[in-house]
Design a protein around this ligand. Structure first.
Ligand code: ATP
Ligand code: MG
Length: 417
C-alpha cells in the first residue's frame, strides 16, 4: 500500500481542491500559479487533520517526515535555515478549512524565533526594534494558541508598559522597551505553563501544527459551524508560510481590501492599511487603520502593484475578492484571497460592472455560479469585517479568543469608504 501524501507545496499540483487544501491553501496555490507575489510555503491537508482526529490526536504516520522534507525545500528556496541563530527562516502556521470560517480558528506568526535568533535577526536586518517586536508577538500568539494562556495577561503587560513609557501606541515603544516586553512575556509564559518558552524551532512548529488541528474543535469553532450548517468532520488544513514583514518600519505595512465595494458592487477602493504593523493589528483594533487611499501617498509602487494584482485576481476568479496583503520594504505580498460575501443587489451590480469592464461575459453573469455565491446577509466594506467577525475579546476564555456564540462581535460597520 502506498504511503498517503499529506503535504503539498504551494506550487505543487493536487486534484483535491478546497476539500483537501482548505480555502486558504487553494487560494495561496492558485495565486502562486498566477504569478501573484505570494510568500513560499506548503499546506498540510485536511486528510491529515481528519486522520489526527480519528486517531485520538496522534499525527498520522509519515506526516512529520513529509513536513521535514517540505521545510528543507523551503529552506533551499529562501536561502535561510529554520532554527538558524544568525539569519533564521521564520514562518506562519495558519488554519484554513474548506469552508471559510473567518477568524474562528488559529494562526501563529514569526515561528522559528528564540533568544539567539532574535539577536541574529536584529543584526541581519540592522533593525533591533523589528526583531524584538516580532519575538514578543510570537511569544504571545504561541502562548495563547498552543498553551491556552489568556490573552489578557499579555495585553495587560503591554498596556502597563505603554503607560510607563508614556507611549500612546505600540509603535511608540523603542527597541529597548520591546526587549523588556519580551522578557515580561516570557515570564508570563513560564508562570502559566511552568516551562520556559520553547527555544527549539522544530518543537515550536510541531506543537503549532497540532494546535491548529485542535482549533477545529474549540467551542467557538463548533458553535460557528452549527450556526452555519458546516459539517463537523471536515477538519482544517494547516498552511506553513514564509513570513513577510509589515512591521519593519515605515516602508512596510499590512492591510485588507475588497477588490470592489461588496455592499454595492461598484468599483473603487475598499480597504484599510496600517503602516509598520503585522496582519493581526488590522483586525484587532490596536491602532486605527488608514483608508487604502492613503497607501498611494506613502508607498506608491506597492499601491500600484496592489491595484494591478486586485484586477488580476478578479479576472481570474471572475468574482469580487476579499484579500489580505503585506508590504515589506515597499514590496507587495498577497497572503489570502477569497470570494467576498455580498448582498443580492451588490452581486448583480458587481456582475454588470464586471461585464462592462470585460472581466466576465454576459453568459457567466447569468450562470448559477454567480447566483449561488450571493449571500443573504450583507457585509459591510472589508473593515466592517474586522468588527463584525474578527474582533476578538482575547480575554473571553477559550484560547484567548471569544468562545461564546456571539464571538464577542460588534455590529457591522456600515460606513462607506
Ligand atoms: N507568512 C505571513 N507573513 C505575513 N503575514 C502573515 C503571514 N501569514 C499570515 N499573516 C497575516 O496574519 C493574519 C492572520 O492570518 P490568517 O489569515 O491565517 O488568519 P485570520 O485572518 O485571523 O483568519 P482567517 O482564517 O479567516 O483568514 C492575517 O492578517 C495574515 O495576512
Ligand atoms: Mg486571514
Amino acid at each position: 500500500m502506498g504511503q498517503e501524501k499529506y503535504v503539498y507545496d504551494f506550487d505543487e499540483s493536487s486534484d483535491g481542491g478546497k476539500e483537501l487544501l482548505g480555502g486558504k491553501g487553494v487560494g495561496l496555490a492558485e495565486m502562486t500559479g498566477l504569478g501573484v507575489p505570494v510568500p513560499a510555503g506548503f499546506t498540510v491537508t485536511t486528510d491529515a487533520c481528519r486522520a489526527y482526529m480519528a486517531n485520538g490526536k496522534a499525527l498520522p504516520g509519515g506526516l512529520e517526515r513529509e513536513v521535514e522534507e517540505h521545510l528543507a525545500a523551503l529552506e533551499e528556496r529562501t536561502g535561510k535555515r529554520f532554527g538558524d541563530d544568525e539569519d533564521p527562516l521564520l514562518v506562519s502556521v495558519r488554519s484554513g478549512a474548506a469552508v471559510s470560517m473567518p477568524g474562528m480558528m488559529d494562526t501563529i506568526l514569526n515561528l522559528g524565533l528564540n533568544d539567539e535568533a532574535v539577536e541574529g535577526l536584529a543584526r541581519q536586518t540592522e533593525n533591533p526594534r523589528f526583531a524584538r517586536d516580532s519575538y514578543r508577538r510570537l511569544v504571545q500568539m504561541y502562548g495563547e494558541v498552543v498553551d491556552g494562556i489568556d490573552a489578557h495577561r499579555f495585553e495587560q503587560a503591554l498596556s502597563d508598559l505603554k503607560r510607563e513609557r508614556n507611549a500612546s501606541q505600540d509603535v511608540d515603544l523603542t527597541a529597548e522597551d520591546l526587549a523588556e516586553l519580551v522578557e515580561t512575556f516570557k515570564r508570563i509564559y513560564r508562570d502559566e505553563t511552568g516551562t520556559d518558552f520553547p527555544q527549539d524551532a522544530r518543537e515550536q512548529l510541531a506543537r503549532a501544527v497540532r494546535a491548529v488541528f485542535d482549533s477545529w474543535e474549540t467551542p467557538r469553532a463548533q458553535v460557528y459551524r452549527r450556526a452555519h450548517g458546516i459539517p463537523d468532520d471536515l477538519g482544517t488544513a494547516v498552511n506553513v508560510v514564509q513570513m513577510v514583514f509589515g512591521n519593519k518600519g515605515d516602508d512596510s505595512g499590512t492591510g485588507v481590501a475588497f477588490t470592489r465595494d461588496p455592499a454595492t458592487g461598484e468599483s473603487g477602493l475598499y480597504g484599510e492599511f496600517l503602516p509598520n504593523a503585522q496582519g493581526e493589528d488590522v483586525v484587532a483594533g490596536i491602532r486605527t487603520p488608514q483608508p487604502l487611499e492613503r497607501m498611494e501617498k506613502v508607498m506608491p509602487d506597492a499601491f500600484e502593484q496592489l491595484i494591478d494584482t486586485m484586477r488580476r485576481l478578479e479576472e481570474h476568479y471572475r468574482d469580487v475578492q476579499d484579500i489580505e496583503f503585506t508590504v515589506e520594504d515597499q514590496r507587495l505580498y498577497l497572503l489570502q484571497t477569497r470570494s467576498a460575501k455580498r448582498t443580492a443587489a451588490a452581486a448583480v451590480k458587481a456582475a454588470v460592472a464586471m461585464v462592462d469592464e470585460s472581466l466576465i461575459s454576459k453568459e457567466e453573469r447569468r450562470s448559477s455560479r454567480w447566483r449561488r455565491r450571493v449571500s443573504t446577509r450583507p457585509r459591510a466594506r472589508r473593515p466592517g469585517r474586522s468588527c463584525s467577525t474578527r474582533t476578538r475579546p482575547r480575554s473571553a476564555g477559550g484560547r484567548g479568543r471569544a468562545s461564546s456564540s456571539s464571538g464577542g462581535r460588534r455590529p457591522p460597520t456600515t460606513s462607506t469608504a
